[in-house]
Design a protein. Structure first.
Length: 235
């Protein structure tokens, strides 16, 4: 068989395939498929489950076995792109409300200094809790309330040397959350304490490292009157 014969056979096969595709396309236009809403006839003494379109579409293919007769399911799946599936009336899952933020004064009032001492043991790799005993980092004795970079016997990094003000409760809480972010460029390799309760316990322990601890911030309590609706408001 020469090349010309092969070309004629290939052309004939290709032409036939194209003709079938065109005929199929024209047939779909003239006789569009329709979804069978209900069976054309009912078999006596046989009851079929109704197809829950929304459920089937969500659980496809796992929900196929429990969805009515095979013909109904087949018709639905063959026309799924043409069917307007009703939305389910199911209640959306409840989203848990975020826990209310507790202010630092309340956390410190509830803090456990003994637990804070245990948590603060990680600090002993670089710091001492004893007065006047510096290590890689300055002593933490009396740190609550003293000025930042106030230890004259210790050489601070340039990042800390540039800091002003004192170690207030709020400042300690902010620093212990993320030291690298609170004082960019400092040399301490501690990642920080993510839980607010842990930070409060540690600060409560650090507060005890002083002959005269700094008073705790006052907890502002909300009175019942302040929670009432203002005069003239509805409800």
């Amino acid at each position: 068989m020469d090349t010309w014969e092969r070309l004629k056979i290939g052309t004939a096969v290709t032409g036939t395939a194209l003709a079938f595709l065109v005929i199929h396309w024209i047939t779909d236009l003239v006789f569009p498929e329709t979804y069978a809403v209900k069976p054309g006839y009912k078999v006596a003494d046989v009851s079929e489950l109704q197809v829950d379109l929304a459920s089937l579409q969500r659980s496809w293919p796992a929900g196929l076995s429990g969805q009515g007769g095979r013909a109904n399911v087949r018709d639905f799946m063959s026309n799924i792109e043409k069917v307007s599936v009703p939305r389910s009336a199911e209640t959306p899952p409840a989203v848990a409300a975020p826990e209310p933020q507790v202010d630092l004064a309340t956390l410190l009032a509830r803090a456990d200094a003994a637990k804070g001492r245990q948590t603060a043991q990680v600090c002993t790799s670089c710091h001492s809790f004893d007065q006047g005993q510096d290590r890689i980092g300055p002593s933490l004795w009396g740190v609550v309330g003293r000025n930042v970079a106030a230890d004259k016997a210790f050489t601070y990094s340039s990042a800390f040397a540039a800091q002003t003000g004192s170690w207030t409760y709020q400042r300690l809480d902010h620093y212990l959350t993320n030291p690298a972010k609170a004082v960019p460029g400092n040399k301490m390799g501690f990642a920080g304490l993510r839980r607010a309760e842990d930070r409060a316990n540690v600060i409560a322990f650090l507060r005890t490292l002083s002959p005269s601890p700094v008073p705790l911030p006052k907890v502002v309590e909300t009175s019942p009157q302040s929670r009432r609706s203002p005069p003239g408001s509805s409800g």
